[in-house]
Ligand binder design. Sequence first.
Ligand code: ADP
Ligand code: MG
Ligand code: MG
Length: 907
Amino acid sequence: MEKKRIYKFGNGHAEGRADMRNLLGGKGANLAEMNLIGVPVPPGFTITTEVCTEYNQHGKEAVVELIKKDVEEAIAHVEELMGSKFGDKENPLLVSVRSGARVSMPGMMDTVLNLGLNDEVVEGIARKSGNERFAWDSYRRFVQMYGDVVLGMKPKSKDDIDPFEEIMEKKKAEKGITLDTEFTVDDLKDLVVLFKAAVKECTGKDFPTSSWEQLWGAICAVFDSWMNERAITYRQMYQIPEEWGTAVNVQAMVFGNMGNTSATGVAFTRDASTGEDLFNGEYLINAQGEDVVAGIRTPQQITTEGSRRWAKLQGISEEDRASKYPSLEEAMPECAAQLIETQQKLEDYFKDMQDLEFTIQDNKLWLLQTRNGKRTGAAMVKIAMDLYRDGEIDDKTVLKRMEANKLDELLHPVFAKEALQQAKVIAKGLPASPGAATGKIVFFADDAEAWAEKRKKVVLVRIETSPEDLRGMTVAQGILTARGGMTSHAAVVARGMGKCCVSGAGDIKVDYKARTIEMSGKVYKEGDWISLNGSTGEVYEGQVATVDPELSGDFAAIMDICEKYTKMDVRTNADTPKDAAIARKFGAKGIGLCRTEHMFFEGERIKAMREMILAKDTAGRKEALKKLLPMQRSDFEGIFEAMDGLGVTIRLLDPPLHEFVPHQLATQKELADEMGMTLEEVKLACDALEEFNPMLGHRGCRLGNTYPEITEMQARAIIEAALNMKAKGIIVHPEIMVPLVGIVTELKMQADIIHATAKKVFEEKGDTIEYKVGTMIEVPRAAVTADEIAECADFFSFGTNDLTQMTFGYSRDDAGKFLKIYREKGILKNDPFQILDQKGVGALIKMATEKGRSVKPQIKLGICGEHGGEPSSVQFCNSLGLNYVSCSPFRVPIARVAAAQAAVEQA
Ligand code: ADP
Ligand code: MG
Ligand code: MG
């Protein structure tokens, strides 16, 4: 049988289904499903994502040839259901041509509306509808969209303006009007002529009059849009594979621009910011498509309750609101009631918060899209738990719904109550995406990027945002816009990113040229500090102080579900009792990596450390180490106490000694005086420590094997601390970890020192404690000879930072220069320091796991690199059956969710 490339839908029938999103794209699959469950949807058809792949492989002509007959047949199907004819002068059918990938990519790809119009068809539409203005409004929109999307006239950079917008602005100025709705029929006719002239001038060709030529142009343009720069950037950001492709949906037009009995809007079945079960959304009378989100006119609220809340935030009186900005419930009660019924039906059916597009044509409601709505981390948690408590979904589905990385948003600080009371409110907008943001004002996305690179915190201030601003939005602390509602680009994207956003702050005056913003009568410049409260819509002057968030309720309930399903423990990387305590609060089951070197930098300690390093002989070193011992011991005591009852893995000294010695003359002189050496001697000693490749130099267990007295001191500090805590009734499980082992003998010699030291301490104290000795697996040779190494290790901990560096031969500190280019060129899909390279580094981990267990089946295995908190890497660790992953304290909840998800998926 021939491959099916086109799926039709309409009038309660459909060839596709919701679960065919890979083939039909999210939009197409749900359009089909809505038909099947009796929701009114204009008829149409979906060209599959596979055709997009064929298009990219075989080119335009071949693909048009391939699907020509099917498209003609599918158009005939739509004609039959609509009782009209494509390209006909008397009774014309108009269609939209819409993109739609597997996952939604808001605003990234292109859509053309009102397709099928020409100078004759427009008259037919006018006669048939009895509404000349509507016909010409649709025509001018069509020429503009087609020109932008298909004929490539869309501005390429932020400084260019859309040629069509320019013409419209000129016309408005001439007429002394401000709104599109104020154009007369003659104005619109003029605009069409001017638009077509602009097309001719820009492309050298006449605007196509044949409906079929228009249709093929639009279909190909949608396929092309999959490979446009915006879409590519977006895919890179969200790791969406290029192979997925986009589907094309061709659908009969319904018109929200037919006059005052028509409207268009977007809605959410629940609050996408907070997760509250509140149906909400925005609409505009006599409008089409993107008008609502484009921020040209102020959109109105669908529910009266929402409308009142909105008016209050905007400082609009109830009287003004009801007359100028009535809700849909007030303006079109019957359609509103039907919409409310439909949204409930869709949510009950899909069992998740839906984001809807609808259009009302002459008092009849049509749905144009439904999808699982983008939401903040807080809303993600609340909605899933609410649906679970209502018995709509089970706890495994709750887990599946968690985007692990989004939990991060819940862990971050919020404004301190006292600080807020004193903060000066300088503007107010809509609470578009919650959070507390403080940063310096910037006006352009590329500035935001440049400043952020210099570690400056910025707030991106725009009149409104567009997809070009995406990268800038990513690096900003928060986003403030002058225009646009709760469903504007800025609002939707910010919520998706979990970024604080205040939108539609109408009273602020943004001047891009002067790079200033006027708020409450005061001018603020680029670089001035402001703070945003994304939960109230308030904008404050300066920096407002923050505090830690409350983590109980739904968050705790999600963590309980994780606990029920997870197979791996999540530990934390913590060097201080404070970090250890935070991680424990987040549910860490121990410390997977406690680095000792940080302890040597504080205050007086660095001096003792330097004395140790610069000592001329073993006796001198031992003298200095004696000073360090009590300091280390008390650090370990604090950590053991914080981790009462849980395992604590302590790594012996790891970095090259050169990092500890002074590099400035003044400090070298000071050190010389203290140690009774000459400056010259100190300088020489410091210089001698200099290495060409410190990362591959005298570090890790190479230190302990050349200066065994260091290992001896550290082992003593650990065992003494453990015994001291034991005496206080605290349960301690010390695990001593030897770094950078590549040869089994390296580990064996270190283990011998540790065991001998422990024995000595036990005798001295008259008490004993169980402890483990293990190693990091972070040198490729260690992974390859893991069976030998396992003989003298109680545990392995995969140090994937070093293992990645050494497997790739990339220095992490220098890789920034080429990694970006490598990713752009597709040499690397991801940054291997962020996302574990499963094929290469992962294969070494797998080998070490198998070899280790073949010798010692009970050997404890874990991972302690940055990757331990990255969901796809956590999943990989689960598949290898590791005992635990360890990550920084704030990533513990993320890793817990990822680990539980992996366990559920594997079962
Ligand atoms: P996006 O994926 O960017 O949301 P869409 O394909 O959904 O793009 O369409 C853009 C806008 O045009 C939406 O507001 C949508 O509701 C509207 N639209 C699309 N097709 C039709 C149609 N057949 N009739 C009326 N409006 C439509
Ligand atoms: Mg509801
Ligand atoms: Mg859409």
